[in-house]
Design a protein. Structure first.
Ligand code: NAD
Ligand code: DAU
Length: 356
């Protein structure tokens, strides 16, 4: 059997592909990985799969209908797992166009291609097919400090161009189920962290800046709250929903781990003080407060009881174990960081793939 993953060279997608091909329950199933290799896509994340026939990488855009049609016809996947997106809120503020293009129009094109493919399937193959849409808790908007966490029925109140584009894609997926009967699953997850996280996001940015002796920029007062989930737990939750989720349902995924940004940064500094002490003194000396993000959501919190009650999923990592693993990973992968920062990973792709 085969699955089609979109965005499988990005942070979560690459962790998902690696975990899928390592997990005893899924490792015999081939992955076709469609990724446009934007600045956020990095084939180095998948270097350990080089020469592995279970992984077929295709460089391409989810908005390219002819390409998606061809991949579906050729590989006959039993599921599409849709990770591909523009994912960075700050970039969406500076340039929302790419977010509408990929997250809204791209999801539309992918859904239409998947609908045509699924409609032509028959019998067991048709009944078993799933379109799994990977989404975010940001679609629900911002919570007051004492408000209950987001459940799956919380109203959609997206506040950034990124979250608005993801909300639009969630609505498309929902409508394709209700109107056409497409067998969809949607998951809305909180902030991930872990290996291969592009260092424009809070946790990897703080690690790499601290190691380089650069400022650690905290937006505004740093008291914005996020729920943090280790990326491996997000991947296991998606595998669980794909295997057991009820068609047409949405499942919230979270780590039961709300923390203000300031605390996150202090935790990263403390771990670096322990694992790679600086001769200049504690890393917290580098913390600087900078101008806040426009429209900055104050708090996200996930109520993940539905996925636990219905499907028996809970995160395996605590924040303490997950963040320690993550800091260690960055310390041990200075070459990955340097490549991503220098743009050298694009050179690696050209060197490795241009002659194939
Ligand atoms: P990422 O930015 O690290 O990776 C996105 C990947 O999609 C990249 O490999 C990129 O090349 C690819 N891509 C972008 N546009 C494409 C296009 N038009 N066609 C094909 N590929 C394209 O993102 P991420 O953090 O791994 O997030 C993956 C998904 O999970 C996204 O849908 C995001 O909204 C969602 N999500 C992320 C988080 C988080 O904390 N990072 C939390 C919840 C949900
Ligand atoms: O909640 C899930 C979302 O989490 C995902 O849907 C997004 O794809 C993902 O990027 C993430 O969005 P955030 O905006 O929460 O993540 P980011 O790492 O950009 O920022 C986390 C918090 O840290 C946020 O409150 C802004 C703050 N921040 C961020 C950066 C980059 C800073 O204070 N300083 C910074 O330099």
């Amino acid at each position: 059997m085969t699955i089609l993953v979109t965005g499988g060279a990005g942070f979560i997608g690459s962790n998902f592909v690696l975990d899928w091909l390592a997990d005893a329950s899924t490792r015999d199933e081939r992955v076709v990985n469609l990724d446009a290799l934007t600045y956020a896509g990095n084939l180095r994340n998948l270097a350990s799969l080089q020469g592995d026939a279970r992984h077929v990488f295709v460089k391409g855009d989810i908005g390219d209908r002819a390409l998606v049609d061809r991949l579906l016809a050729e590989h006959q996947p039993r599921a599409v797992l849709h990770f591909a997106a523009e994912s960075h809120v700050d970039r969406s503020i500076l340039g929302p166009g790419a977010f509408i293009k990929t997250n809204v129009e791209g999801t539309f094109t992918l859904l239409e291609a998947a609908r045509a493919y699924w409609s032509a399937l028959e019998g067991d193959a048709k009944a078993a097919f799933r379109f799994h849409h990977v989404s975010t808790d940001e679609v629900y908007g911002s919570l007051a400090p004492d408000a209950p966490a987001f459940t799956e029925t919380h109203p959609y109140e997206p506040n950034s161009p990124y979250s608005a584009s993801k909300a639009a894609s969630d609505h498309l997926v929902r409508a394709w189920h209700h109107t056409y009967g497409m067998p969809v699953l949607t998951t809305n997850c909180s902030n991930n962290y872990g290996p291969y996280h592009f260092p424009e996001k809070l946790i990897p940015l703080m690690i790499v800046n601290a190691l380089a002796g650069k400022p650690l920029p905290i937006y505004g007062d740093g008291l914005q709250v996020r729920d943090w989930l280790y990326v491996g737990d997000h991947c296991s939750a998606i595998r669980t929903v794909l295997a057991k989720g009820r068609v047409g349902e949405t499942y919230n995924i979270g780590g039961w781990n709300e923390k203000p940004n300031r605390e996150i940064v202090h935790t990263v500094c403390a771990l670096l003080d322990e694992l790679r002490p600086s001769a200049e003194g504690p890393y917290t000396r580098l913390i600087t407060h900078v101008k806040d993000r426009p429209g900055h959501d104050r708090r996200y919190a996930i109520d993940a009881r539905k996925i636990e009650r219905e499907l028996g999923w809970r995160p395996a990592e605590t924040f303490e174990t997950g963040i320690r693993k993550t800091v260690r990973w960055y310390l041990e992968h200075a070459d990955w960081v340097a490549d991503v920062q220098s743009g050298g990973y694009r050179d690696w792709v050209a060197a490795n793939y241009s002659a194939r």
